[in-house]
Design a protein around this ligand. Structure first.
Ligand code: BES
Ligand code: ZN
Length: 479
């Protein structure tokens, strides 16, 4: 994948950013003496990782710490050590800021590296790989090496990518899809993106990161008003998500309640140039307010007519994706531990940028389930192609978004991604310019993703038998 061809402006930007970071780092070095001599990038040094006494505060016994055990302070702490699980290629690119690396492989044989860095290097790592190497530089992040090791040892990617689906996927719910698709309103998508991008940031370790998540929770709750079969929660059992909760809305399945269909998007944002600053400006309109807006519009339409699914459906807004897929990984691991039967996961991360002559949607081709990818193609061809929309596919790289958390946990997941432009991907990702203004003050591209998500919802969760013909439903029904 070549989504981030570094233009001259981008390169200048990256160089300036590294100079600013160097200065800030020199100041910090005076306070926290560096003890480790580290490799440097050949061309540019991003940030110097110092060994710090705070290492001692990190849990080392591998136990998953309860949410209260890790304070917001320690997660916002720029000196806090962070353990990364990345691809070998990503590690090669970032080895100037990551140390004590060990080689590992996941269950598919993919070479991985576990390395140690510092919280304030995370944004720069992603930025460096995007800007200088022209690809995503994904990783999973952990508060201890033992947890990173346990994560790799328990990897179930092979099962998730190759295993046939637990539930047979069929196209037989045209009645529901046909009713739903014309109901998508661009204005509603625009309003949600506009609201979410109006927070100063949705950074996982800032007060805005928490209040914006709470707004999503309240908004989804209001869409579910009067429904006894719909519940919402703030998921806080994430030991390294600081004070940012994930948001989960559940519609209990009518006759297959133990088979779970997931639709997810990350709710946090980040500015790659401001490290751990809780006051950073990170509107994240495309990345990923557009994904949350896509889910919100899908949910609004499904609930507005009293629709009831056969399978249980969970809409998820994930915390702390931008710092290593933390919220989604905590949820996927906890579902694995408690044996939740997730039969399908749709990830929508960046849905609203399209410039020039490109296909409308890109299916992400890696780290996802082969059968589910084929089902996404079937869905697209049945419901979106007849409207004149086109598709292509592209690889995203290791751990580029939250579908990877589900893949690691052994669940079938796949992701649909925005069109971008002929020269690559959204140029303003992780900057102060990730706004509706740089996307033409429009949400028209997210409309297509809401339609795709509605088709996915109707055809994976199915419509409860008494609802096949549509029409208003009783809000609560005795089962
Ligand atoms: N939305 C991006 C992922 C993305 C960007 C996918 C461009 C495809 C094209 C996501 O929020 C992100 O920034 N991911 C990071 C990795 C993450 C674990 C820090 C990345 O891709 O570098
Ligand atoms: Zn991002």
């Amino acid at each position: 994948m070549k989504p981030f061809l570094p233009g001259p402006t981008m390169l200048l930007f990256a160089m300036l950013a590294s100079v600013v970071m160097l200065r800030a780092d020199d100041r910090r070095a005076a306070r926290a003496p560096a003890t480790a001599a580290l490799d440097r990038f050949d061309t540019a040094r991003i940030v110097h990782v110092a060994s710090t006494p705070r290492l001692l505060t990190t849990p080392t016994n591998g136990a998953i710490t309860p949410p209260m055990a890790t304070s917001a302070w320690s997660q916002a702490d720029p000196f806090a050590p962070v353990y990364l699980v990345s691809s070998r290629e990503t590690y090669q690119g970032i080895r100037g800021v990551a140390r004590n690396a060990v080689a590992r492989r996941d269950s598919t044989g993919q070479p991985l590296v576990i390395s140690e860095t510092r919280a304030d290097a995370l944004a720069a790592i992603s930025h460096y790989v995007h800007a200088s190497e022209g690809r995503c530089g994904g990783y999973f992040a952990f508060p201890s090496r033992v947890q990173a090791e346990a994560f790799v040892a328990a990897d179930r990617s092979m099962q998730a990518m190759k295993a046939s689906l637990l539930a047979a996927y069929t196209l037989d719910n045209q009645a529901t899809v046909a009713r739903w698709l014309p109901q998508v309103q661009e204005q509603r998508l625009y309003d949600t993106i506009n609201h979410l991008s109006s927070y100063r940031n949705r950074y996982y370790a800032s007060a805005y990161g928490r209040t914006s998540a709470e707004w999503i929770h309240a908004h989804w709750q209001s869409l579910a008003a009067g429904r006894s079969d719909v519940s919402t929660e703030l998921f806080t059992a994430c030991s390294n998500c600081s004070t940012q909760p994930s948001v989960i809305l559940t519609i209990t399945g009518w006759d297959l309640p133990h088979e779970v269909v997931v639709l997810g998007a990350h709710l946090d944002s980040i500015n790659a140039n401001t490290r751990t600053d809780p006051n950073q400006i990170a509107p994240g309109a495309d990345d990923d307010a557009s994904g949350i807006a896509t889910l919100t519009e899908t949910l609004r339409i499904a609930l507005s007519e009293g629709w009831q699914p056969r399978r249980t459906v969970k809409f998820m807004g994930y915390a702390a994706e931008e710092v290593g897929l933390r919220g989604s990984n905590a949820i996927a691991q906890s579902f694995r531990t408690s044996g939740v039967n997730v039969v399908s996961v749709l990830q929508v991360d960046m849905t609203n940028y399209k410039a020039g002559a490109v296909t409308d949607m890109k299916l992400i081709s890696d780290y996802s389930n082969a059968d589910l990818q084929n089902f996404f193609i079937t869905l697209f061809d049945a419901y979106l192609a007849p409207m004149g929309l086109t598709r292509s596919s592209v690889a995203c790289g290791y751990a580029c978004s939250d579908h990877a958390s589900w893949t690691n946990a052994g669940y079938p997941a796949a992701m649909m991604f925005e069109a971008g432009s002929p020269s690559g991907s959204f140029p303003y990702i992780h900057t102060t310019s990730d706004t509706l203004a740089t996307m033409g003050e429009s949400a028209q591209h997210s409309v297509k993703f809401a339609q795709f998500a509605l088709a996915y919802l109707a055809e994976t969760a199915k419509t409860a038998p008494h609802k096949v013909t549509g029409g208003p439903a009783p809000v609560s029904q005795v089962r």
